[in-house]
Design a protein around this ligand. Sequence first.
Ligand code: GCB
Length: 599
Amino acid sequence: MAGAWPVQLSAQLQLGPAGGPSFQITNVQARKVTSLNGKWRTIVDPYENGYYDFRMQLSREGYFLNLKPKDKADRVEYDFDSSETLNVPGDWNSQRDSLFFYEGTLWYKKSFDYQAKPGNRIFLHFGGANYETIVFLNGERLGMHVGGFTPFDFEITGKVRARDNFVIVKVDNKRRRDGVPTLNTDWWNYGGLTREVTLVEVPATFVKDYFVQLKKGSMDTIAGWVRLNGAQPAQRVTVSIPEAHASVTVRTNAQGYAAFSLPAQLTLWTPDNPTLYEVRVEAEGDSVREQIGFRTIETRGTEILLNGKPLFLRGISAHEEAPFRAGRAFSAEDSRTLLGWAKELGCNFIRLAHYPHNENMLREADRMGVLVWSEAPVYWMIDWENPETFLNASNQLTEVLTRDRNRAAIILWSVANETPITEARNTFLKKLAALVKAEDPTRLTTAAMMHHEVAGTTEVVLDDPLGDVLDVLGCNEYLGWYDGAPEKADRVTWKSPYNKPLIMSEFGADALSGLHGDEGTRWTEEFQENIYHHQVGMLNKIPFLRGTSPWVLMDFRSPRRVLPNVQDFFNRKGLVSERGEKKKAFFVLQEFYREKARQ
Ligand code: GCB
């Protein structure tokens, strides 16, 4: 193919899993943004023909070039502009029947004009794309991101034109053994540009990031920091909370960083009274505002204390699955529906399994007063020995921490779910937990771990060595479903060598909404209801139990769930069906939580 070759071949072939950029603008919605949501042209490319040639070298006719025939004899074997469209944000699987099971590469293209204010900087922002994303603007490669659930940005200052820009995105959701998550999960591997895409325009030096939360152990002092990015990193920056008559001015250093401390008399954020304050961060040439809540969270022995008071976490686990239309959830409305059901259950807490959910969810949780467990997609079997896999996991965790560290709702960072106890895994997860603590000393760490029975006794023990470094123990158990009969729960006694609070992070049973029978008939609502009755009896007897988040709020799609006429590719452990119907067990949990709230 003749003509200018706009990209370097060698730079193209970065195939490693941990190519994520560290650059991330926070609180994007408070900036000057232009949405690129809507219909994008798409090409399905299972053989990656738009990327590699027949020698597996970067193709010189790649789709990222958006070639057009130069004359009537010219051969170009693709055409975005007459290809089918998909909506962004949105997974591809639920939008087109032929993509239902698709796992591979799909190309997206969008054209746009853009007039930037001279001197300003422009970024192309992705709220999330699953799983590996390579982004091109006007034929030039901007970079790659790995990980399906966290935001990323590419600077396009000086690259974006007033007219006829085309952004082309290669999204590949093939599962990988060394990926995070890895090959096997129990949820649908929804692919594509699953979250919003925007252009963000900021001043030459701008407020990139800040941490504004109560100082650990204090209820009247905010301790935080601000980070500027740009050519003039040293500036005066004022952080203020007008409603609380609190303000402090600091000077950022040559790296654009300044720490600050700010005394403030605040009404603390609680689930019953989720007070948010407008916080302003004003540098010399840029300012950002955000609604932020303030609360403390700590443990004392087996207690969890919110604002110094013991608390029971009346929770529920949830996937990022869209109510009523099955697919990846992404909107504020989706979040409000899911959190609304949780509130109806009597919840003050939600476990957002098994990966970072979209930002709307966290913002709505802040507003609606629902405490949050946020989780890294380190699930089941990960390539524990692989340093690239560790980098990948820590990168994804850092990205979600960066996005959400000002959300009062988040009290727990979970590093993993149901991972096997081995030396390599212990090292991997202890390192991840340490990273979280270093990044965010104000919140608690946890993980959903496993338990075991002591032979010849009725004792069930949670003694995973990971518990040593975590603040709160999480445990998944399926007594009555995968593990014995429902009555087994009546007999067991729970033990743990740790003087730490326990959250029963999962228990439950499948039931097809509307399927009825006696309580001994599997898949019926009555079977599920019965398991919940036995669970409640058992949970009430665990002295160090400080929370529950049963599995799961709503039925969700999973390729592992194949039983015809019952599962039909849905995990049916929801207390609510994907059509919003409440099952009988919903009301058992609701009653348990009413009782807990009364205590
Ligand atoms: C688990 C997993 C969860 C599954 C659930 C189940 O332990 O953590 O992701 O969906 O069990 O339904 O088997």
